[in-house]
Design a protein around this ligand. Structure first.
Ligand code: AMP
Ligand code: DBH
Length: 550
């Protein structure tokens, strides 16, 4: 099966330990600072429920006792698929405390993915909500247990078929079992790699490396106990969990406010109620926010005056959108370019506007190594684009039990091949040009989807754009522009669109061959535009057209 957690070379691990980069502390202790100084402060808010630091700690301990009583031990894997609810944190802190390993599934995953996570991780348990967003997770679990070794399904909420999670919490009197010592070098959690292009892989993160990424994120993002963070993305995702995300806020002693989703309706109400200071969004959501503050429905209600910093990451934020954020939302923008595999880049709060609006930041740690190389792994001259390779104190050295894939995903020197095409500026900042494969090959002429999308976004009537390849007998591929219009009553057709792009000086071969207008784009489970889904839609549309013609 291969290795669960591929270790760092010994000499490097010793250096990280000696430098205190790895502090030898397990994630179950992340609340300790706040517990010692401000135990009665509100750590977490979920609807009309709130947890002080003391209460969150108590609940996690009670649940940890429950897991121990059920026979769970260090190293056991538990697939956790919970929406943004307080129980998510009780569960993961309880698991961290006994050295058991949460697999961070997202609410949007379904049978195929969950079964795969359970099988691959040999999960002993699966934790679900009873219902969420109109979906019955117990029915899903019933199918998953048939195809995996999962012995226990625990349900948050009104359980019908499986055991309710609340039965596990052991009250004070029963608190007898000693918590096992958890090695900071051991496997802490399994993150998932993004699923916008293929089936996610499992990403093994250790306590030491993950804790460091959280601590260092707090330093770079200047996060303090005064932070009131709106968790608008699914909290199991690496970005809202650790960059600095909810874990960073807990470590700093601030307050996390959980939002069921990041839509302006929901987020703006919570913003006003709790005087939110920080949040993290993906590009489609920031576009929705920018749109909403201008719309009649929100103009008078939106009160974003408490908001200091909005982090945007997960996918490329166009410069056109970036530069609107400060003037139109009245808060600072921080671009975040990260990956669940490790490396996270941030623009710094005191960077100049141009850097903030046009780059995706620089590595957060002085120990991060980044290389930009050509197709043969030779470094490209500074400023030219190439493949991003990275290694460092919180970037994995191998995927979970994937020896074959690891041979190609890492270089012989242990650099992770991110699959991103980037450019490095003289100041050491990264500009993401796209995924290595987010390119359309039109008869040998390579079109960067990113470049054309940026041009499309400059159109006054275009709200959002995604360029996708259509397979073509003659050229190999042609380009289709999927467009969301700001105002559906403004007509836009392909000739007009091409005219616009020509006027902007775009080469003829880069002009889209087809235009599809959509009200909304399909999204990945964390909210990135899902190009795989757009391609599938297009294939269906084309098949229907061929049928009609034939
Ligand atoms: P995941 O595999 O879900 O962890 O996604 C990580 C990938 O998302 C990165 O390798 C990038 O391709 C993309 N990504 C994350 N943040 C940004 C960003 N700010 N700009 C462009 N791409 C990003
Ligand atoms: O997209 C990501 O995976 C991501 C984006 C920003 C991430 O993992 C992160 C920050 O930590």
């Amino acid at each position: 099966m291969g290795t669960e957690l591929t270790p760092w070379p010994i000499s490097i691990a010793e250096k990280y330990q000696a430098e205190g980069i790895w502090a030898g502390v397990a994630l179950g202790d992340i609340l300790n600072n706040a517990l010692a100084t401000t135990p009665d402060k509100t750590a977490l808010i979920d609807g009309d429920r709130a947890w002080t630091y003391q209460q969150l700690h108590e609940r996690a301990l009670q649940l940890a006792q429950g897991f121990l009583a059920q026979g769970f031990t260090a190293g056991d894997k538990v697939v956790v698929q919970l929406p943004n609810t307080g129980e998510f944190f009780e569960v993961i802190f309880a698991l961290f405390k006994i050295g058991a390993v949460p697999v961070m599934a997202l609410p949007g995953h379904r049978q195929l993915e969950i079964t795969y996570f359970c099988q691959l991780s040999k999960a002993k348990a699966y934790i679900i909500p009873a219902q969420y967003d109109g979906f019955n997770y117990e029915n899903l679990a019933a199918k998953v247990v048939l195809d995996s070794d999962v012995q226990n399904v625990f349900v948050v909420g009104d359980a019908q078929q499986f055991m309710p999670l609340f039965l596990l919490y052991l009250s004070e009197v029963d608190k007898a079992l000693a918590l096992p010592a958890v090695a900071a070098s051991s496997l802490a959690l399994l993150q998932l790699s993004g699923g916008t292009t293929n089936v996610p892989k499992l990403i093994p993160r250790s306590h030491d490396d993950y804790f460091y990424s959280v601590r260092q994120s707090n330093v770079v993002c200047e996060l303090t106990e005064s932070c009131i963070y709106l968790a608008a993305l699914p909290v199991a995702h690496n970005f809202p969990l650790s960059s600095p995300g909810c874990l960073g806020v807990f470590y700093a002693g601030g307050t996390v406010v959980l939002a069921p989703n990041g839509s302006p309706d929901v987020a703006f109400a919570l913003m006003k109620q709790h005087r939110i200071t920080h949040t993290a969004l993906v590009p489609p959501l920031i576009i929705a926010w920018l749109n909403a503050v201008k719309s009649h429905a929100h103009k008078d209600h939106a009160d974003l005056t408490s908001l200091q910093v909005v982090q945007v990451g997960g996918a490329k934020l166009s410069e056109q959108i970036a530069q609107k954020i400060k003037p139109e939302l009245g808060c600072a923008l921080q671009q975040v370019f990260g990956m669940a595999e490790g490396l996270v880049n941030y623009t710094r709060l005191n960077d100049d506007e141009k850097t903030i609006n046009t780059t995706q930041g620089k590595p957060m740690s002085p120990f991060d190594e980044v290389l930009v190389v050509d197709d043969y792994d030779n470094p490209v001259p500074l400023g030219e684009s190439g493949h991003l390779l990275t290694r460092g104190p919180y970037t994995i050295n191998g995927y979970f039990c994937a020896p074959e894939h690891n041979k190609t995903a890492f270089t012989a020197d242990g650099f992770y091949r991110t699959g991103d095409i980037v450019r490095l500026t003289a100041a050491g900042y990264l500009q993401v040009e796209g995924r290595a494969k987010d390119q359309i090959n039109r008869g040998g002429e390579k079109i960067s989807a990113e470049e054309v999308e940026n041009q499309l976004l400059a159109h006054p009537h275009i709200l959002d754009a995604a360029l996708v390849g259509i397979s073509d007998d003659y050229l190999g591929e042609r380009a289709c522009a999927f467009i969301r219009l700001k105002d559906a009553s403004e007509p836009l057709n392909l000739p007009k669109l091409k005219q616009f792009l020509r006027q902007r000086g775009l080469a003829e071969y880069k002009l889209p061959d087809r235009l599809e207008l959509l009200d909304d784009f399909p999204h990945s489970y964390v909210g990135k535009v899902n190009k795989k889904e757009l391609s599938l839609q297009l294939i269906k549309t084309l098949a229907l057209e061929t049928k009609k013609q034939g």
